[in-house]
Design a protein around this ligand. Structure first.
Ligand code: UDP
Length: 414
């Protein structure tokens, strides 16, 4: 059996007054036609990273609308997640090739998971498969009763061919695919029904709910941040594509001009992310002697509330990614009115259109310049943050994403 993730109960009605009315009205309307349908979301990890963040909010909302929905996890040993991390990187264009034994590990684990899925013997109408880790299950489970949807959250615009050749035969069994941006759709995708859905954040989750100011301050003091000093933060998995060491170097350029500036680098170490541990160690080594750089992780209790307080109370949030799927952290910061300096890649420009939300950068130098500029011009920074918040309200809150999903399911039912 596959493990079921236990999600709480949510009510769409509580989003009234937070998300746009038009989206909420359209959702109720669309859900009427899908009531009673059964839906499964399959992913690799229950925490750490954007997919789990989204499913934790989305799955209870499906259920609230009368679409009976489960979220299940595939199993995998360490070797499997080493291989899937390599596949993840290769699909985003990293060089290299999979060895025969790595391919065998991927296949063997996928076959085991396919058997587990079959033994659950539940009748789903729709099965969403998130990212490459569980992607082979549509083909290997042999289940043709459900409609299968591959939801690819990463930038597969220029996949390394050796990794793409492994994955693409398994995609033949999908009925639809969803990408974050049109440019992420790989040139030789063997799926005809393709949609583009931007991800979204949950404005009512503990991470994004407004925190009373004194509580936010106490939370930060508790984890070692000096709240009377300015703060710049990057929150992301410890992943080379997120360039945490580049953030440290950009910060070091700014520091001579703002000597009491603090940097918080927050990262979660996820089950399916062995590389994260390596990057974490490198980061620790590079920052050990600087008392104003805080490297914080889920392992020392930095969770949703702490991330919330950091994003809300930082002068500027950075997301200096070199390659990015969407970057939920950008919308999370903007939703709190905090301006963002973001790498010009993947979904980040979608969240930071000209004059809204912050500044896009291509290099460490530009990142340092933009940080310094926003630190020195708090009024401009505030205005950018406020515009960013409104942009997020219109485009990147959970009801909009749910509506995109239901419209797809509705179209696939007819
Ligand atoms: N996140 C977190 N703690 C961390 C690092 C990340 O809670 O230490 C969350 C972050 O707030 C966001 C998600 O994980 O909700 C990361 O999603 P994003 O789309 O930014 O990146 P991904 O990890 O999917 O590449």
């Amino acid at each position: 059996m596959l493990d079921v993730v236990d999600v709480g109960k949510r009510s769409l009605a509580t989003y009234r007054g937070v998300a746009p009315d038009a989206q909420l009205d359209a959702l109720s309307h669309c859900a009427e036609r899908l009531r009673g349908a059964r839906c499964l979301h399959l992913s690799a990890t229950p925490y750490g990273g954007g997919v789990s963040e989204i499913l934790r909010s989305l799955v209870p909302l499906y259920n609230d609308l009368g679409i009976v929905t489960d979220w299940k996890l595939i199993h995998g040993d360490e070797a499997f997640f080493q291989v899937t991390k390599r596949i993840h990187n290769g699909l985003q264009g990293a060089p290299g090739e999979l060895t025969e034994s790595e391919k065998a590990i991927y296949l063997a684990n996928s076959q085991l998971n396919a058997r587990r899925l079959i033994s659950d013997s539940e009748d789903y109408d729709f099965i969403f498969v998130h990212d490459p880790q569980p992607a082979a299950l549509a083909a290997l489970s042999g289940n043709r009763d459900a409609r299968w949807i591959w939801r690819c959250h990463i930038d597969t615009s220029r996949p390394n061919p050796s990794f793409w050749e492994l994955l693409s035969p398994y995609l033949l069994d999908y009925d639809a695919a969803i990408f974050t941006l049109p440019e992420f759709i790989p040139p030789a995708l063997p799926i005809r029904n393709v949609r583009v859905h931007a991800p979204a954040i949950d404005p009512l989750s503990p991470k994004n709910h407004p925190l009373p100011e004194p509580l936010a301050r106490d939370v930060l003091e508790w984890i070692g941040i000096r709240t009377h000093r300015p703060l710049v933060t990057q929150v992301s998995r410890f992943d080379r594509w997120k360039d945490p060491l580049g953030v440290v170097r950009a910060y070091q350029r700014v520091r001579p001009h703002v000597p009491d500036l603090q940097l918080a680098l927050v990262g979660s170490l996820a089950l399916d992310d062995p590389e994260g541990w390596e990057v974490y160690e490198e980061l620790r080594a590079a920052t050990r002697h600087d008392g104003l750089i805080h490297v914080l992780t889920n392992l020392v209790g930095v969770g949703n509330i702490e991330v919330n307080a950091l994003q809300a109370r930082s002068e500027v949030v950075v997301q200096k990614s070199l390659r990015e799927g969407f970057g939920l952290v950008v919308s999370e910061a903007l939703w709190k009115g905090t301006p963002v300096v973001g790498g010009r890649t993947g979904g980040i420009p979608l969240q930071l259109p000209e004059g809204t939300g912050g500044v896009l950068v291509d290099t460490e130098e530009e990142c340092a310049e933009a940080l310094l500029h926003l630190l020195r011009q708090p009024d401009e920074a505030h205005l950018l943050g406020e515009r960013g918040r409104e942009h997020v309200r219109q485009h990147f809150l959970m009801p909009r994403l749910l509506l995109d999903h239901l419209r797809l399911l509705d179209a696939m039912s007819s």
